[in-house]
Write a protein that binds this ligand. Structure first.
Ligand code: GLN
Length: 447
């Protein structure tokens, strides 16, 4: 804990944390030091964990990096936090993120952007950018992020660490501040596949507080077996041919394909004809869900209330106008638009149908293949400030991560060799729903 607190201070300018629970972490560590000799400590005793600031922890502030929740204190803990604490994890603080997890660069935080330690002029990715940098810079042992369309995997890729998005429903969403409820999943960001497996094992499983949390038995993920047998791996032709794909990212993918073949695995191209539709489908659906989820921030129930409010309507209007940032407002407006009576069929209903097609085609590929291999992101970490020019450019960054989100299946981002400029690159492995054990086993092949 002392070492991590030291690193947190040394790298404070990266803005990875919104708050550090310094005294509490030290106290918990001292208590564990005493208890460890009795042999009664949990499986995470000594593991120092940072949580994204959209994960509720009783008695602690949680803001989703939004002004509208500034100074809001959780009155209960998320299931994820309960399960980590039950195994004696030490929670060292809450990490900066994009406001309400909306973003892919961690530039949409009310508390300011996070910087990538590999190059401080660049973004760490998002929305769990603070969590990824906390792991990258050794400010904690592991971090918990949330992934709606790539928010664990893409920052993991930009920061050179491991990021796992579990199957939708594998981990309870109880106590996670909702962005898009049919997509959101908490998951680990770690230095190793082993840590990711252990944390998933502890967090996963049924939960009476979340009816979408699956009753599917939790495998002993941490009991990693070096992958047995030869695998069948698909890569997507449209991904390889896609316009925005960085040359070095492409070279890393091609080299990995060759290495896998040389080791006797079957690696084949398949066609995924819906690639151009994944980003628009994802954004229509998540904005619709977000506009509904964020209706609860009305200046009455939670957080910020405008001092300029004079009656009920101005309480709603001014609290929301002053409390939400630009990107959140953009999504609430677009989400409300696609759900409106006149446009519902043209946008929301159509996007639901396209989601089904994307899922069916993806499942079909995964019937024939064990895994799909893609880059996690089309390029390495980009410069801070780029999205001010055009938010659509940032949306397009999600092109490789949202397929698994739309299909509800697990995917992991694994660090590869840095590019020639010293920037981390990541590859993504995707597999069938609830096939995390095989995914994690095979991931050990790469790191
Ligand atoms: N970049 C995506 C978005 O802005 C993903 C965010 C996420 O996974 N929370 O919605």
């Amino acid at each position: 804990v002392t070492q991590y607190l030291h690193n947190i201070k040394q790298y404070a300018h990266l803005k990875a944390f919104n708050e550090v629970f310094e005294q509490e972490a030290i106290q918990k560590a001292e208590e564990l030091d005493e208890r460890i000799v009795t042999g009664t400590t949990g499986r995470l005793a000594g593991m120092v964990i940072a949580i994204k600031d959209n994960i509720c922890y009783k008695g602690h502030q949680v803001t989703a990096s939004s002004k509208i929740l500034e100074n809001f204190t959780s009155i209960f803990s998320s299931t994820v936090v309960e399960r980590l604490l039950a195994e004696d994890a030490i929670i060292i603080g809450r990490c900066n993120c994009d406001e309400f997890a909306m973003g892919g660069a961690n530039e949409n935080s009310y508390f300011g952007p996070v910087k990538n330690m590999a190059d401080e002029s660049r973004v760490p990715g998002g929305s769990s950018g603070g969590s990824a940098v906390a792991v990258q810079a050794g400010m904690c042992h592991a971090a918990i992020g949330t992934d709606t369309g790539g928010s664990i995997r893409q920052p993991a890729s930009f920061c050179g660490v491991v990021g796992l998005k579990p199957t939708y429903g594998r981990v309870s969403r109880h106590g996670i501040i909702a962005y898009a409820s049919s997509f959101d999943q908490p998951g680990p960001i770690t230095q190793s596949v082993e840590d990711a497996a252990l944390l998933l094992e502890i967090m996963a499983g049924a939960d009476d507080y979340d009816s979408t949390a699956s009753r599917e038995p939790v495998a002993a993920y941490s009991n990693l077996q070096p992958s047995s047998g030869k695998k069948k791996i698909a890569y997507l032709q449209e991904v390889l041919d896609s316009e925005g794909l960085d040359a070095e990212v492409k070279a890393t993918l091609l080299k990995t394909i060759e290495d896998l073949k040389a080791d006797g695995h079957t690696v084949e191209p398949v066609s995924f004809e819906y690639l151009d539709y994944v980003v628009p489908t994802y954004y229509i659906l998540t904005m619709a869900e977000a506009s509904s989820n964020l209706a609860r921030y009305d200046g009455v129930h939670y957080g910020y209330r405008s001092p300029n409010a004079v009656d009920l309507v101005t309480t709603y209007k001014r609290s929301r106008s002053e409390g939400f940032g630009t990107e959140v407002k953009r999504r609430i407006m677009l989400g409300t638009f696609v759900l409106s009576a006149g446009y519902y069929d043209a946008y929301y209903a159509k996007a639901q149908k396209v989601r089904r097609l994307i899922k069916e085609r993806t499942d079909e590929i995964l019937k024939e293949f064990d895994f799909i291999l893609t880059p996690t992101a089309p390029e390495p970490a980009f410069k801070i400030g780029r999205q001010d020019i055009d938010p659509i450019v940032t949306y397009l960054e999600d092109i490789f991560t949202v397929q698994a989100s739309l299909a509800g299946i697990p995917a992991i981002s694994l660090p590869m060799e840095n590019n020639s400029a010293g920037l981390p690159l990541g590859l993504q492995l995707t597999t069938k729903a609830f096939n995390e054990a095989e995914l994690l086993n095979f991931a050990t092949y790469f790191v």
